[in-house]
Design a protein around this ligand. Structure first.
Ligand SMILES: [Zn+2]
Length: 416
């Protein structure tokens, strides 16, 4: 299968781009159209890498707008957990599809997910054709019976068939230090190491989490996780808002990856990620939306703008988190952090990209297209989405979007 994008704008100049199988094969002023199976006339469209959403809970798309503007624990216990208790594999499949529809329409090609019912999620991802890191979540609430059950579930997850290994990466996750026992954290970290898997953890999200950890264990969540063998180059920490200098030193030393979720952090008043300080300290940073219940958007456009603006306020410096840096965080960094050979428009890279309508008012004038993408644009600019060389969306429409929306509306009747 080969595809030519004819007359597409790359770095403000028109060119032709050929995709063969799943990679960019040629970028040239003109490529003969009959040398490919399919040609897309990309006149009036600019090509950009797709977005890599490094932290979300996709199926929570069904909980969007339920219990907004509340304190974290009362929101979780009164609004979220009782509804999640009604979630089954079918509902999670449907919620994941709804989330992927929103993500595809806003230019996202990959999401790192932390949720339940991995087989249903992997089925939804394989059908949609996006990339995902699907995790099983360590979560035992310090109950020994649940610890044992979760260990068995992790073993079963290792054997669970991956319906599309080119697109889906199986990873392990630990919910947090305040919901998971030391025994289960150690077991999950060891299993990740033994099986060369990534480990995804919510860490140091709120001041309360850090204060409680210090009371309970005499150290910060970062020091505690390191003592349990959970920190290394394959560890991705979501949020990481409340870090002190010792934490930062440990993160850099262990080459731990960080994911900032500015929308969720601001909405829940969790605090502000120290973007500028951490970037200058050499931390590897990606961007994520978190789940729809705490954001409530899965658009990386929104997230990039919030990331940049919150970083400027946090550092009291308008030069912090430039448009170029934040765009790189949302694209190339995200792909690299997840070990995906993509994130830039270059010959040889996996063909994950979006075609953006440059005649959209949000993209005019084109003094700095990256600045437009970060500070001005929204999902309405995305015309076409290509993931792993395959066209997922054209004319801002996916083939099965009516069906996904109808299924989501049906699922909502069972959880409200
Ligand atoms: Zn989260």
């Amino acid at each position: 299968m080969s595809l030519i994008l004819k007359n597409v704008i790359l770095n403000k100049k028109p060119c032709d781009i050929k995709i063969e199988k799943c990679r960019f094969a040629q970028i040239a002023p003109a490529i003969t159209p009959n040398s490919a199976d399919e040609v897309i006339d990309a006149t009036g469209k600019a090509i950009f890498p797709g977005f890599y959403n490094l932290h979300t809970h996709a199926a929570m798309s069904l909980l969007k707008g339920m219990g907004d503007d509340k304190e974290l624990f009362s929101w979780l216990s009164k609004d979220i957990w009782p509804r999640e208790a009604k979630f089954n594999a079918d509902i999670i499949y449907t919620g994941t599809k709804l989330a992927m529809l929103e993500m595809a329409k806003s230019g996202t090609v990959f999401f790192s997910d932390m949720y339940f019912e991995q087989a249903a999620i992997m089925k939804a991802v394989a059908e949609m054709g996006l990339r995902s890191a699907v995790s099983i979540v360590g979560f035992d609430m310090f109950d020994e019976k649940q610890t044992a059950q979760k260990m068995e579930a992790i073993k079963a997850f290792l054997d669970l068939e991956n319906p599309n290994p080119d697109l889906i990466k199986k990873v392990l996750a630990v919910h947090s230090v305040y919901t998971v026992s030391a025994k289960l954290i150690e077991y999950t970290a060891q299993t990740a190491r033994d099986n060369n898997m990534m480990l995804h953890i919510h860490a140091s999200e709120t001041k309360k989490e850090v204060d409680d950890c210090k009371k309970e264990h005499g150290c910060s969540p970062i020091v505690y996780l390191e003592s349990l063998g959970a920190l290394g180059p394959s560890t991705v920490l979501a949020h990481a808002v409340w870090l002190d200098d010792k934490d930062i030193e440990i993160i850099v030393k262990n080459q731990v990856k960080l994911v900032t979720n500015p929308g969720s952090n601001m909405k829940l008043a969790s605090g502000m990620f120290q973007f500028d300080k951490l970037s200058k300290a050499g931390c590897i940073i990606g961007l994520g939306t978190d789940g729809s219940a705490s954001n409530n958007s899965l658009s990386m456009f929104d997230e990039m703008k919030m990331c940049s603006l919150s970083a400027k306020i946090q550092a009291n410096d308008p030069t912090a988190a430039s448009a170029e840096e934040v765009f790189t965080v949302a694209t190339r960094n995200g792909a690299q952090m997840m070990g995906i050979d993509a994130g830039t428009i270059e010959v040889g890279k996996l063909a994950d990209c979006m075609l953006v309508n440059i005649d959209n008012p949000l993209m005019i004038p084109d003094n700095n297209p990256i600045s437009n993408m970060v500070y001005a644009a929204d999902s309405s600019v995305v015309d076409t989405l290509i993931c792993n060389g395959k066209v997922i969306m054209q004319n801002h429409r996916l083939a099965d979007e009516e069906e996904i929306l109808a299924q989501a509306k049906t699922a909502l009747k069972y959880i409200d």
